[in-house]
Design a binder for this molecule. Structure first.
Ligand code: ZN
Length: 307
């Protein structure tokens, strides 16, 4: 049998999150796979594409259908790989333009086309600029995956437009192992800064939204802010799954809060602010105002839950 998720070692958190995207259909348009060379990022991107497009299974690749087979053999017409030419350091701007042009057409066969940029640090100012608008408003049915071995070298304008997933390869980050109960690590813990997670969760236990907004807007750290948004989305998701599948709640602290009693519109509100902030970060919109609003909405959840 060909590769399926379970054959990829390590990075359970990333895998779980990508599966979740496939299952819910809420796939971010631009993802940044960051981690050391050899951590399996490109392989994971391929597996993600297969899972999104498998003709047999949802959220899982069968490895046998025409879509899976073509993807494995490198002949799938809807996987576009953008990389530097042989012996060159930078990705040529023309290559980016060409790929974007093709992506304005409907995918040939796939439900979701994938544009893979590797490594993303090979985008120079010119080729990065050519990609920016597409990162912001990608054509329908397209996910752009940037693979980076050295994410600190990526132009901030590019990185800030992507959802970053951090890879650790077969070696797991310590905080995943520290998790109690010996259960499968939640998809979050391997990805976000634990302090950020605790801070945002704290809002449901009485922390001051304005104070926290000041903390994260003053640091002006794109990675941290991205973590804040990821945790906020996870809380929204937890509210949803707590009704039907409490076992899948990621933030275990929230289990006994009765979050299932919150209305769906509260979840929508949170997700709206999150995406507004994501758009705003790129235009230097006031992050503090956005974060204050977001944190206020999250802290309101606990009142609604009556917990
Ligand atoms: Zn398949």
């Amino acid at each position: 049998m060909n590769a399926v998720w379970k054959d990829i070692q390590g990075d359970e958190g990333v895998k779980a999150l990508l599966r979740e995207y496939c299952l819910t259909g809420r796939v971010p348009h631009a993802l940044l796979f960051a981690g050391e060379a050899g951590a399996g990022k490109t392989r994971m991107a391929l597996e993600f594409f297969k899972a999104l497009n498998c003709q047999e299974h949802a959220a899982e690749a069968c490895g046998r259908c025409p879509s899976c087979v073509k993807a494995d053999s490198g002949s799938h017409p809807d996987i576009h790989v953008v990389r530097p030419e042989e012996g060159k350091r930078w990705i040529h701007v023309e290559k980016v333009r060409e790929t974007i042009q093709e992506a304005t057409l409907r995918p040939f066969e796939a439900r979701t086309r994938c544009i893979l940029v590797e490594p993303a640090e090979a985008l120079n100012v010119q080729s990065a600029n050519a990609l920016l608008k597409t990162l912001e408003e990608p054509p329908g049915n397209t996910v752009i995956v940037l693979v980076s071995h050295r994410p600190s070298l990526i132009l901030p304008t590019v990185a800030s437009r992507c959802r970053t997933l951090r890879f650790h390869g077969a070696k797991q980050p310590p905080r995943v192992q520290e998790e109690e109960g010996g259960e499968a690590p939640s998809s979050l813990y391997g990805l976000v800064d634990e302090e950020v997670r605790r801070d945002v969760i704290g809002l449901l236990f009485g922390a001051d939204p304005a104070l926290l907004a000041r903390k994260y807007s003053e640091q002006a750290d794109v990675d941290l802010l991205d973590d804040v948004l990821t945790v906020s989305e996870a809380i929204a998701r937890d509210v949803l799954v707590s009704r039907t599948a409490p076992g899948r709640v990621l933030n275990r602290e929230l289990l006994d809060m009765g979050l299932g009693r919150c209305g769906l519109e509260r979840v929508e509100e949170i997700l709206e602010v999150v995406s507004a902030i994501r758009r705003g970060v790129n235009e230097n919109v006031n992050v503090r105002v956005g974060a204050t609003e977001l944190f206020a909405r999250i802290s309101r959840l606990s009142g609604l839950a009556g917990g």
